[in-house]
Design a protein around this ligand. Structure first.
Ligand code: DC
Length: 210
């Protein structure tokens, strides 16, 4: 099974690079952040508070999640746009800190890789926890200003300063949590995507593949 793990903070360019790399390699692509967002959406939709750990962990097991490049469907509802909205974005790092939710997402991610014969998988703990045996582990970064600018372009209804503050807060929570925090795995190669083109980065990664 050939897994390429791409981790890093918000706005580092993970999705863009992971999709382009998957296309070049003709591998499937999995956005694990979208899975955490989908569970968060399901909780909000059912009127469950994101910090009710036991209830949310049970929900993570029961909910029907379909996360693919076609979109994100939660119990059959198209949540592709809403999982990127401010309500889900605000609550997702609380849900992602829940150990029961993480265990279930890990199980789903390994199952996905088994069914798809590997793939390009992006997240926060993919190389460090979920697929320690990945053939290649990358840790993408970019300057805080670049990361905030990229997110600001995506969510046009917020001010740049608000986006920058929200990213800093979410990074701190993702890095500071007890279970599978965002960190650079020892075996991961760091790539700074600030001021670099997608093609240039994908070329570099292609050259690293065993
Ligand atoms: O990549 P993203 O912004 O869509 O991720 C949403 C949240 O999910 C983010 O706050 C961190 C969390 N996450 C995680 O804890 N583990 C992963 N493998 C992927 C995302």
């Amino acid at each position: 099974m050939r897994v390429i793990a791409i981790d890093g903070p918000a706005g580092a360019g993970k999705s863009t690079i992971a999709k382009a790399l998957a296309a070049r390699l003709e591998l499937d692509y999995l956005d694990t952040g979208a899975q955490y967002r989908a569970v968060t959406f399901a909780a909000i939709h059912r009127g469950i508070e994101p910090d009710e750990d036991e209830v949310v962990a049970r929900l993570a097991k029961d909910v029907d999640l379909d996360v693919s490049e076609r979109g994100v469907f939660v119990d059959g509802i198209d949540a592709t746009l809403e999982i990127r909205g401010p309500e889900v974005t605000r609550a997702v790092s609380v849900v992602a800190a829940n150990p029961g939710v993480r265990a279930e997402m890990r199980r789903r991610q390994r199952e996905w890789a088994g069914v798809h014969g590997g793939g390009v998988i992006e997240g926060r703990d993919i190389g460090s926890v979920v697929f320690p045996e990945a053939v290649l582990k990358l840790y993408l970064t970019a300057s805080p200003e670049t990361r905030a600018q990229r997110r600001h372009k995506e969510v046009s209804d917020l001010k740049y300063e608000e986006v920058a503050a929200a990213i800093a807060e979410r990074d701190a929570r993702d890095q500071g949590r007890e279970h599978a925090p965002l960190r650079q795995d020892d075996g991961a190669t760091v790539i700074d995507t600030t001021d670099r083109s997608v093609d240039d980065i994908v070329d570099e990664i292609m050259g690293m593949l065993p």
